[in-house]
Design a protein around this ligand. Structure first.
Ligand code: PMP
Length: 361
């Protein structure tokens, strides 16, 4: 990479892969647990990658016309932030439709980047005209130059991960030599990611299995209430119940989520409680200020590693298990689940001692 970049778009991706040794030890795992830390990307999430690619390809195909096109996108927020970032640089107007449950912090970032933001009801089905997808479609019909790049159906979404996220993970793992302290198989042995559109898990699965290790175990993580997991019987418990974690889970299967056999090998369902407990582990033990879906991915990974299918990998020194950490705390700093972590904990022995010393009651 050149030392001086042309714009923030040139800084998208190339995120670090970081050892989660303290969590591995805490959980009694012998394998290497590695986190792909996406919040260091300029828009703050893994979705910068697909936003950049969808805009660039649409420009090349002549679908985006400077001075005319208005980019419209239904999103849980992060794709919107990536698109608003790309469009601020390139000079396109942007309209983002987003369910009410998504954080105010995301809306604030979107507005700061110049996007118009429309909130839609949480409870409606995705195929309703009132949903974030329905409203975006209605706007596309009426707004001159309106174009939905469509992360749910646009193959440049998974392709961005096949062509950038997967090669970065493979390069990091294969270029790090094994050592006495850190044995390594030299391969990506497992990859774990939550699914929203499913672009990340599908694209990385393809990239790793086709170009590196066909035997890599790919684990999809789906929140309780969503219908993305297979076999579908996994989705029966709590079907339709809302989850607080943002960005993962849907009531329909997006086209970009691969159903090719042997691509996503197994699915794990997660709940909010376990996800936020896992966020706290990442914050306290690894000093990673991540968002809720990173907790879901870690909670899903730990559940799988403890299961009959994952135990062998978990107990084999040198096996490399990569966990996707899609976004960061910036998106959630005022959310109750984070305020619980920051302020509503049992006082530590040190806090109690301070209270005694300062005579605080
Ligand atoms: N986590 C967060 C915070 C997200 O915004 C998204 C994207 N909706 C995901 C995970 C899931 O990514 P994907 O759409 O590639 O499945």
């Amino acid at each position: 990479m050149p030392a001086i970049l042309g714009s923030v778009l040139d800084a998208v991706g190339n995120t670090p892969l970081i050892r989660l040794d303290r969590i591995a030890q805490h959980e009694g795992l012998k394998c290497n647990l590695l986190g792909k830390l996406e919040f260091v990307s300029p828009g703050g999430s893994v979705k910068d990658r697909i936003a950049k690619r969808m805009v660039e390809i649409a420009e090349q195909e002549g679908k985006l016309i400077p001075g005319q096109s208005v980019v419209i996108e239904p999103t849980s927020g992060n794709t919107g932030i990536g698109l608003a970032m790309a469009c601020a640089i390139k000079g396109y107007s942007v309209i983002i439709t987003m369910p009410k449950k998504m954080s105010l912090e995301k809306e604030a970032a979107l507005r700061a980047l110049g996007a118009e933001v429309i909130r839609t009801p949480n409870e409606v089905a995705s195929d309703s005209p009132e949903s974030h997808i329905g409203v975006a479609l209605r706007l596309q019909e009426e707004i001159p130059g309106g174009i939905i790049l469509d992360q749910y159906g646009n193959m440049n979404n998974p392709l961005a991960h096949e062509l950038t996220t997967a090669p970065e993970i493979i390069e990091a793992v294969t270029s790090t030599p094994p050592s006495q302290v850190h044995p390594s198989s030299g391969k990506v042995d497992a990859f774990v990611a939550g699914a929203g559109t499913g672009g990340t898990v599908s694209g990385v699965a393809r990239g790793i299995k086709k170009a590196h290790n066909p035997d890599c175990v790919v684990v999809g993580v789906d929140p309780v209430g969503s219908v993305l997991a297979l076999p579908a019987s996994l989705n029966e418990v709590g079907k339709g119940s809302p989850s607080v974690v943002e960005g993962i889970g849907y009531d329909f299967t997006p086209d970009v989520l691969t159903r090719e056999p042997h691509m996503i090998d197994t699915w794990v369902k997660t709940n909010d409680t376990d996800a936020f407990a896992a966020v706290q582990l990442l914050m306290r033990h690894e000093a990673m200020l991540v968002g809720g879906s990173s907790g879901s991915a870690l909670a899903g990974a730990l559940a799988w590693l403890r299961s009959d299918n994952g135990r062998e990998i978990s107990q084999t020194p040198g096996k490399n298990v990569v966990i996707m950490l899609p976004d960061g705390l910036r998106n959630y700093i005022g959310k109750d689940w984070f305020l619980d972590i920051a302020f509503r904990q049992e006082p530590s022995p040190l806090a109690k001692r301070i209270a005694e010393v300062l005579d605080l009651s």
